[in-house]
Design a protein around this ligand. Structure first.
Ligand SMILES: CCC[C@H]1O[C@@H](n2cnc3c(N)ncnc32)[C@H](O)[C@@H]1O
Length: 484
């Protein structure tokens, strides 16, 4: 598949759409007629439009709260979301199940049936394609806040059609961020192509005056991902989305743990995304940020997990992230009950409310981390632009092929997996092994020096054991996996 970072013509989009809607019976609904879908979306009240509520949050300089949540049956899912709204969620998800994420709608259907029969969820999320536009409309009608589809779907074309036609005004994902961390061996050319379709659909709605939010999945593998790599992927996906007509983008970031580095990352995420969008000719874009509470291993103990959730809420709020994705006290166990999910929301909201009038102060350390992120992102983006001769779709595909961009701990064969992160003496994520990562010698030396400081202090070798120790550290109650 040859992809380019070029806006799809409406004719081409409508041609492909016929095939997309034919892939499952629920794609045949009259509610998917585009004029009808535009009217459905136009009828969504402002307080239930994701993009507009994010603008409000941005203006108030407050961090709004959103959980993850999804179960198999329509009634169960509605009951769940109403409970979480009651608990204080400012935005609601529907976390989509794994079968749907891999377009295995037959198994999803079986999952719904057994869940109905046994009265408990046999799926790890909400199978929106099987429930169809009508079912997704019922979910939106049952709640009073905006709804977003959260998933991990390389080919989300039919899923995106159905949730938007139902009035859901946000969709998470992207051609890189919903491929590399989620699939074994799907080509980036394919997944970028699929997500160009999803973004072109949003572009169609924007052309008809409907504002829809798109959110690249910031955390990626959620395991010690160096901030500059995560930010670069978010920028690439934002450019690809904007080319297709997307105007409202929330770029995401997974908490790494050192407070200064995390605040620096959130601030640079917005600044650099806006900068690169502007240089690629996309003016009047609405860019907001999303802070994901710790995405790595969680402590088993519920009180300790709540401590981690509260610490993450502190950092998110002080960083002035527009939105924060919450975790629950049973993160280490699995899909939470509605009660446990509500606990995570309440603890998070309580902290954010206490801190809403404060911001993290400027400092030399903060500025150093911001400048390092700027330098690193500039290195990577320069390589992507060069490799693609200005086309970031082509450039991204080549960058991954050559390992110039590389995401640690990914299941996908489409990334080299040579990059190894480890924490420095203050817990900042640094790069131990660069592989073919497109960084300058200056950047490489900075990371090496920082890691040497820690190795010296712990009298240990600069090796893979550092990485392993850091992967487990947080779940065992410390940020840095210090040598015993
Ligand atoms: C980014 C995906 C990983 C995170 O997504 C949570 N997650 C997955 N599926 C559900 C679900 N059905 N309900 C509530 N949370 C869910 C996991 O716990 C983890 O934190």
């Amino acid at each position: 598949m040859r992809v380019r970072n070029k806006k799809w013509s409406l004719e081409y989009f409508l041609e492909v759409r016929k095939e997309v809607l034919s892939t499952w019976p629920t794609g045949d609904s009259p509610l998917l007629d585009l004029d009808t879908a535009v009217e459905t979306l136009r009828a969504v009240p402002e307080h239930k439009n994701f993009a507009l509520k994010l603008l409000k949050a941005d203006k108030e300089k407050r961090t709004y709260i959103q959980p993850r949540a999804g179960v198999a049956t329509l009634q169960g899912h509605i009951e769940l979301l109403k409970h979480l709204e009651q608990a204080g969620a400012d935005f609601l998800p529907s976390t989509i199940d794994s079968y749907t994420r891999h377009n295995r709608y037959l198994e999803a259907q079986e999952g719904i049936e057994i869940s109905e029969k046994e009265q408990r969820s046999f799926l790890n999320g909400f199978p929106a394609v099987n429930h169809g536009v009508e079912g997704c409309m019922e979910v939106l009608k049952a709640v009073n806040v905006p709804l977003q589809a959260r998933h991990g779907t390389p080919d989300a074309r039919l899923l995106s059609e159905i949730i938007h036609a139902a009035g859901w005004t946000s969709n998470e994902g992207g051609g890189i961020s919903y491929n590399i961390p989620y699939a074994k061996n799907i080509s980036l050319a394919d997944s970028i192509y699929y997500w160009q379709y999803c973004d072109r659909l949003v572009g169609y709605y924007e052309d008809h005056g409907i504002h829809i939010n798109r959110e690249p999945f910031g955390p990626l593998t959620g395991t010690l991902v160096p901030p500059s790599i995560a930010i670069t992927v978010g920028i690439i996906e934002s450019i690809l989305a904007a080319t297709q007509g997307v105007k409202h983008i929330s770029v995401g970031y997974g908490q790494c743990g050192n407070v200064v580095q995390d605040v620096a990352a959130i601030q640079m995420l917005k600044e650099l995304t806006e900068y690169y969008l502007y240089t690629f000719g996309h003016k009047n874009m609405h860019i907001t940020t999303v802070f994901h509470q710790w995405m790595g291993g969680f402590p088993k103990d519920e009180a300790e997990a709540l401590g981690l959730i509260s610490m993450a809420s502190t950092v998110a709020s002080l960083s002035k992230a527009t939105k924060m994705i919450t975790k629950t006290p049973v993160e280490s166990i699995g899909v939470p009950t509605k009660e446990m999910n509500a606990t995570g929301i309440k603890a998070s909201k309580f902290v954010v409310n206490l801190l809403k009038d404060q911001a993290f102060p400027d400092s030399q350390k903060l500025n150093l981390e911001k400048e390092m992120i700027r330098k690193e992102v500039t290195c990577l983006m320069d390589k992507v632009i060069d490799l693609g001769l200005g086309d970031v779709a082509i450039g991204a595909i080549k960058a991954f092929e050559y390992g110039v961009i590389d995401i640690p701990f990914a299941p996908s064969k489409q990334t080299m997996g040579l990059v190894l992160p480890a924490r420095d003496n203050e817990g900042c994520i640094r790069i131990l092994e660069f592989g073919h990562l497109g960084m300058s010698e200056e950047v490489k030396n900075f990371h090496k020096d920082k890691l040497k400081e820690r190795a010296l202090k712990e009298d240990r070798a600069l090796d893979f054991q550092m990485t392993v120790d850091d992967v487990y550290a947080v779940s065992e109650g410390s940020l840095i996996g210090r040598k015993a």
